[in-house]
Unconditional design. Structure first.
Length: 134
């Protein structure tokens, strides 16, 4: 997997992701309302990224593990990093609205195939030894 676009609301996360793993994090503001389903909006200082509405569905049994590797360019070299996560999973209905000229415009150009909501999510990025994995 390769991360081409990602936004965070923490300067420390942005700096750490770029330096440790070569992830091109950018800053954004997120507005999340959980009063009826979940409504979320993401904006950079320059423009709106996307708005979304999520309606949770049926919970699937168990906690689901997922392991994969992220491949990024860091300091001119290919860097691969192991990632492990675990969460409960629900089916969901999602509706996206993205700015036509923005980087997330593809979210609205094709019909949604499947939407899932991950709850009680945990993730370990890297080798777990306190530094980036090579």
């Amino acid at each position: 997997m390769c991360i081409t676009d990602i936004w965070v609301d923490s300067a420390a996360s942005m700096a750490g992701g770029r330096e440790l793993w070569g992830i091109p994090k950018e800053m954004a503001a997120f507005d999340v309302d959980r009063t009826a389903g979940v409504r979320a909006a993401a904006r950079t200082a320059e423009a709106a990224l996307a708005d979304a509405v999520f309606e949770p569905g049926r919970r699937l049994p168990g906690r689901w593990p997922l392991s994969y590797r992220v491949a990024q360019t860091r300091h001119g070299r290919l860097k691969t990093t192991p990632v492990r996560s675990r969460s409960t999973v629900r089916t969901a209905r999602a509706r996206w609205a993205a700015h036509e000229s923005g980087p997330l415009r593809e979210l609205t150009r094709r019909p949604t195939l499947l939407s899932l909501a991950l709850n009680d999510f945990s993730i370990q990025f890297g080798d777990g030894a306190g530094g980036p994995a090579e």
